[in-house]
Design a binder for this molecule. Structure first.
Ligand code: NAD
Length: 255
């Protein structure tokens, strides 16, 4: 039976690479994104060109109605949800010093990055539990966290707090869903070249040049998609609630 994956933020960047990778591996793909599909016409055409079966659901992760519609439309199109990749996420619109962070910015980032993922996962998990098991596991949920779960960046504190929250969300759902046969994993990218990081490209170019990253290059969306592919495979069935750094070794403390 053909499996189905939901990839939030699958219209561009890391999410698009994940959607394409899973599509190439034979999944039906439901892409959820706040932007209209016309903005991503070329990328979506590429998926069709690869014979990938996809639907596009436009909506915002911080809306409970949109989250419900995403699950409903996916089930309507494909009958089931086997994989949920919680990838969509935002940085603060303004990188302000921690002492100047506004409540509006905090609520926006937390509402999308943490609250949205908490409650979308709840819906997806209920759908997975209700389905017939077709392989060694009933479902896989992957949270795209960040090295910011541990690394302090005082000009985007709300983002760091949201990603630290994703780590506990991973553990909580891993604990709750293991008896249901659903495994939950977290991937923490380091610096990946996408639209999100384009505004700080010069800063990170300099850090890479200085040797801050043992593997001295930018990460690519495909680096993250490859890790997702591994976790989705039937090869990883006795691990849950863990995270993996996809960061060129940036997390290693060095003397
Ligand atoms: P991006 O900005 O290029 O893409 C983000 C995607 O999320 C887009 O498809 C966008 O439409 C979607 N999105 C944004 N707000 C949304 C909302 N409210 N509802 C639904 N969809 C929404 O970002 P990216 O660099 O590809 O990052 C993807 C994920 O990886 C994010 O969670 C980000 O925090 C995480 N991450 C990125 C990096 C990096 O270096 N790029 C590093 C660590 C973690």
């Amino acid at each position: 039976m053909k499996k189905t994956a939901i990839v939030t933020g699958g219209s561009r960047g890391i999410g698009y690479a994940i959607a394409k990778q899973l599509g190439l591996e034979g999944y039906n793909v439901a892409i959820f994104s706040s932007g209209g599909p016309e903005k991503y016409a070329d990328a979506l055409r590429e998926l069709t060109g690869e014979n990938i079966d996809w639907i596009y659901v436009q909506g915002s992760l911080d809306s409970s109605e949109d989250r419900k519609r995403l699950i409903d439309e996916t089930v309507k199109a494909y009958g089931r949800v086997d994989v949920l990749v919680n990838n969509a996420g935002v940085a603060p619109l303004i990188r302000a010093d921690l002492l100047d962070m506004t409540e509006e910015s905090y609520d926006r980032v937390m509402g999308i990055n943490l609250r949205g993922n908490m409650f979308l996962t709840q819906l997806a998990a209920k759908q997975m539990i209700a389905q017939e098991k077709t392989g060694p596991k009933k479902g896989t949920i992957i949270n795209i966290g960040s090295c910011s779960a541990e690394v302090s960046s005082i000009s985007r504190g709300e983002y760091c707090v949201s990603k630290a929250g994703i780590s506990m969300l991973t553990k909580l759902y891993a604990d709750r869903l293991a008896p249901e046969g659903i495994l939950v994993h977290e991937i923490r990218p380091g610096v990946i070249l996408t639209d999100m990081t384009s505004v700080v490209k010069a800063k990170y170019d300099a850090l890479i040049e200085k040797g801050e990253f043992p593997i001295a290059r930018w990460g690519t969306p495909q680096d993250v998609a490859d890790a997702v592919s591994l976790f989705c495979s039937d090869k990883m069935t006795y691990t849950t609630g863990n995270y993996i750094d996809v960061d060129g070794g940036f997390h290693i403390r060095r003397l």
